[in-house]
Design a protein around this ligand. Structure first.
Ligand SMILES: Nc1ncnc2c1ncn2[C@@H]1O[C@H](COP(=O)(O)OP(=O)(O)OP(=O)(O)O)[C@@H](O)[C@H]1O
Length: 537
């Protein structure tokens, strides 16, 4: 069963989330969007596609770690609202890429939401693939009081979406204002802190247990009472991996030290009372030309710790400059720069025979086509050959079948089907297919998976969150592609966690007249990697 973890001991069945009807309810600040954020991260990590109706512009930073399409009227977004919705949604469904439908700046957000969801409904009538719709501020998009008798698209989805594979997860502060057609369809959900009696009454249809209702007024931020999920007691939501953009701003220094008269004067100025006077003085002054420094995009990312500093790199480059310089050809160091290359860092669970122990391992996939493994003794970095599997990704069924096999050195199809709980005929068919693809070995009786080398595990590296300029990032990586590859290389293991991280490299440039040489030192073995990565830098 594919799971969505939202807190210690709280795993949601992904099937229920993707195709069921759920809700997150709680008063302002109870932690609803935070929980929706945690769920969204988990969906991204598991490559489960969804569209989130983002009313506050607080989900676009999912992009800092995952592939996601940000649709908004913001110039920096991937696509604007004029996009062909059908093409957009089809891509999202087929390639399992989430859409952040950011209507935070839109006056007609309901119109846009209705348009895109109608298109989804139409498309899924044909495709029938699990796809989740997450709606923030559901009271706005599916209100209880409406003039028209016609069903709103969210009501339509909640009543008729399931058969088409469409799941719905709504969030609201005001359940009393959400259409009963939608609320009554919710078979699971989370209720956070609530104190308004009218709203507590509105969830009567969801939470039958009187005891649970009493707890609601006492819940802390990030605590929820759940229903329909089989959890007893309170759910405490885990910490988000990506910074929550809807953070309550912290209270800072309350009052600038200024006199009361200045305060009154400032207010008057803003009313235009003394504005004229100020303007007439300004008019005589010569105009100053202002040079605006170009906006740099500073982003917060996870950076692999480096054993070396830029000073080490300079010393190394100097010694190198001497060695490539002879009396006739003198090269000078032109620049030393730190640049970052994106990589995927994964935590893996490797099953053992009796499943009593689970090994943890890490892999670094870098630069789309290569895997880098770091040997724990020598701290050597290897470049692995390109993969020659015919397949580009494993299906969830194949992954779970291989997971049953990984704990055993080899097993017969009968044993594997017993372990995985699938039909023998069906699993045999799948196993043979995997043999054809070069992923499994078969000796006529037993199937086996190639062993995983020990040097992949317990890599002694750590990461730190840091702010860097996006100008210093070279190369690019598609997390979803890398994720598929990790699944293939580590067939039979579960990817517990997978993040984009950045590896700092030191790039030294030497010049002699118009001839340039470049050196690229890695952060661990401090060897020149220029030949390996020259296409990226
Ligand atoms: N599980 C949690 N762990 C840590 N901090 C949390 C957690 N849940 C919420 N918070 C913090 O509490 C504050 C409010 O959370 P959130 O933005 O999710 O509220 P909300 O219920 O969506 O409010 P609103 O309805 O006003 O948007 C934020 O600063 C958030 O970072």
């Amino acid at each position: 069963m594919l799971k969505i973890n939202i807190g210690e001991g709280f795993d949601l069945n992904a099937q229920i989330v993707m195709t069921g009807r759920g809700c997150v309810i709680g008063q302002s600040g109870s932690g609803k969007s935070y929980l929706v954020g945690v769920i969204s991260e988990e969906l991204c990590r598991n490559n489960l596609p969804f569209i989130i109706i983002d009313t506050e512009g607080e989900y676009r930073n999912l992009k800092s770690r995952f592939d996601a399409i940000w649709v908004s009227s913001d110039k920096a977004s991937d696509l604007n609202f004029e996009v062909n919705y059908s093409g957009l949604l089809r891509k999202s469904i087929d390639d399992s890429i989430p859409i952040i439908f950011d209507v935070s700046d839109e006056s007609d957000s309901s119109g846009l939401v209705s348009k895109v969801l109608n298109k989804l409904y139409e498309l899924e009538t044909e495709i029938h693939k699990p796809y989740l719709v997450i709606v923030e501020e559901a009271d706005k998009f599916a209100p209880q009081v409406v003039r028209s008798k016609e069903m709103n698209i969210i009501e339509e989805l909640s009543v008729r979406g399931r058969k088409r594979g469409i799941g719905l997860l709504i969030a609201t502060q005001r359940p009393a204002n959400v259409s009963k057609n939608v609320l009554s369809q919710c078979s699971y959900g989370f209720i956070g802190r609530m104190t308004i009696q009218n709203d507590i009454n509105a969830i009567d249809i969801l939470l039958e247990d009187e005891e649970n209702k009493k707890i609601l007024t006492r819940l802390n931020v990030g605590e929820f009472v759940s229903f329909g999920l089989g959890f007893n007691g309170m759910v405490r939501v885990k910490e988000r991996e990506i910074r929550h953009m809807g953070e309550t701003p912290p209270l800072s220094v309350q009052r600038k030290i200024s006199s009361f008269d200045d305060i009154i004067n400032d207010i008057r100025k803003s009313e235009g009372l003394v504005q004229k006077e100020v303007e007439s003085i300004k008019a005589d002054e010569p105009k100053k030309v202002q040079y605006k420094k170009e906006d740099e995009d500073i982003i917060e990312v996870q950076i692999m710790d480096s054993r070396y500093t830029i000073d080490d790199a300079r010393k190394f480059a100097e010694s190198k400059a001497n060695s490539i310089t002879n009396l006739l050809h003198k090269y000078e160091i032109e620049s030393i720069k730190k640049i970052y290359l994106p990589a995927i860092y994964s935590k893996l669970h490797i099953p053992t025979k009796d499943n009593s122990t689970v090994k943890e391992g890490y892999s670094l996939i870098a630069f789309n086509d290569y895997i880098i493994k770091i040997d724990k003794e020598s701290l050597e970095m290897y470049k692995m050959p390109k993969l020659n599997y015919k397949k580009s990704a494993l299906t969830p069924q194949e992954s779970s079948l291989l997971y049953s096999l990984r704990g055993y050195k080899k097993a017969t199809p009968k044993k594997i089907s017993e372990l995985s709980g699938s039909e023998e005929k069906e699993s045999k068919h799948m196993l043979n297919h995997l043999v054809d693809e070069g992923i499994l070995d078969f000796d006529g009786k037993y199937y086996s998976l190639p062993p995983i080398e020990n040097s992949y595990f317990y890599i002694p590296i750590s990461f730190n969150s840091s702010f860097i300029s996006s100008n210093d990032i070279a190369g690019s990586i598609k997390p979803s592609e890398a994720y598929k590859k990790i699944g293939l290389i580590f067939a039979g293991c579960k990817i517990e966690k997978s993040d984009t991280v950045y590896m700092p490299f030191f790039k030294a440039t030497f010049r002699r007249k118009n001839k340039i040489k470049t050196m690229l030192m890695d952060p661990i073995a401090f060897k020149d990697r220029y030949n390996e990565f020259k296409n990226f830098v």
